[in-house]
Design a protein around this ligand. Structure first.
Ligand code: MG
Length: 377
């Protein structure tokens, strides 16, 4: 007699579209070049998965500016695929979800809708094992170096950036990233120098958000190379892998990019081209933890460093499981969405002993919910 290896079944999926307001409109170099407007909110997509045996998982993805309603609509359409599946079979479910939407492709919005489910299934698996997600994956460390981004945007005058940077270091954050990309490069250099003078030998990074052309990027990298930065981020368009590769081979400061790529396949192309010293995948943006693990394996095989983009609540676990000492990006923006918050001390973000991602959706997030959908077996 044969027995089934399957232990459980997915019985219910709940999707929530949540609009997270930002305290002040946020600008990076894309606003200065007129390509985007200041950002005022983040569209969150939550997926909650429940099983016959009583297990549950929570996952989330997001969209900045346009795309949130589209992600929700696609997720809602493919949600029935999950019902009746064994929640442990995450790779199989990811494939089924991507094939359900194959007509709209295997990257971008279609896989971003899958990401919320995929992350919920990993959360569920780790919770059922009674382990933090990093431990389920196999951690290399219990804490990860972290740096703050939210205090260094371009809408903030330098006095405010200096106050924000000082406050971040005082609360135990290990590095400060400054947005650059002013029309006058001297303004960028002056802001970086001011933070260096105020904070001394703290780890500093800069981020041009893709807004330099190749000559400007060369000129700015040459000047920035003297300042001892940890990395220069997105000096060029996200899809200019060859241009990034030339900067990688010309300058001493590490070149970081990859946050805007929307599939594991695009990261494979970037890595193949030698376009980064530090890869910056974003699990919600590339389709979840399942494709992120592929990017991690490829990046490690190519001796690259890892600094995942945004969503620190997810990425602290993934970074903890990366062989080479990574960095996690600190934003406080998502704090109101969850009841629990990451512990930060001594320049590092610490894994909590809570199982799974270690977060539960807050009442505030429920109050900000603008659309909901339930699918039941
Ligand atoms: Mg960036």
């Amino acid at each position: 007699m044969t027995t089934s290896a399957t232990q459980d079944r997915i019985t219910e999926v709940r999707l929530s579209s949540v609009t997270l307001p930002l305290a002040v409109p946020v600008s990076d170099a894309k606003v200065l070049t007129g390509r985007q407007r200041p950002m005022t909110e983040v569209a969150m997509l939550f997926a909650e998965v429940n099983t016959a045996a009583g297990h549950e998982g929570v996952g989330f993805g997001y969209s900045k500016r346009a795309g949130g309603p589209g992600q929700f609509a696609h997720a809602r359409e493919i949600a029935p695929v999950l019902l009746g599946e064994d929640p442990s079979d995450i790779a199989k479910i990811w494939d089924k979800l991507v094939w359900a939407g194959a007509s709209v492709g295997r990257s971008g919005l279609s896989v971003q809708a899958i990401a919320a489910f995929d992350i919920a299934l990993w959360d569920l698996k780790a919770k059922r094992a009674g382990l933090p997600l990093a431990k389920l994956l196999g951690a290399h460390r219990d804490s990860v170096r972290c740096y703050n981004t939210s205090g260094g945007f371009l809408h903030a005058p330098i006095e405010q950036v200096l106050d924000n940077a000082e406050a971040a270091v005082e609360r135990g954050i290990g590095g400060i990233k400054l947005k650059v990309g002013h029309p006058d490069g001297a303004t960028d250099l002056a802001r970086v120098t001011a933070v260096r003078e105020k904070l001394g030998e703290v780890a500093l990074m800069v981020d041009a958000n893709q807004q330099w052309d190749r000559p400007t990027a060369r000129r700015m990298c040459r000047a920035l190379d003297q300042l001892g930065l940890v990395w220069i981020e997105e000096p060029l368009d996200a899809y200019d892998a060859d241009g990034h590769a030339a900067l990688v081979s010309t300058f001493d400061t590490a070149i970081a990019t990859g946050e805007m790529l929307v599939s594991a396949a695009e990261h494979a192309e970037l890595i193949r081209a030698g376009g980064a010293d530090i890869v910056q995948p974003d699990a919600p943006r590339i389709g979840g933890i399942t494709p992120f693990l592929k990017v991690m394996a490829l990046a490690d095989h190519h001796n690259l460093q890892l600094a995942p983009h945004f969503a620190m609540e997810i990425h602290v676990h993934l970074a903890a499981a990366y062989p080479r000492e990574p960095w996690v990006e600190h934003f406080e923006w998502l704090d109101p969405l969850f009841d629990e918050h990451l512990e930060i001390a001594d320049g590092r973000m610490h894994l909590s002993p809570r199982p799974g991602l270690g977060v539960t959706i807050s009442d505030q997030a429920r109050a900000w919910t603008v659309a909901e959908h339930r699918e039941r077996a």
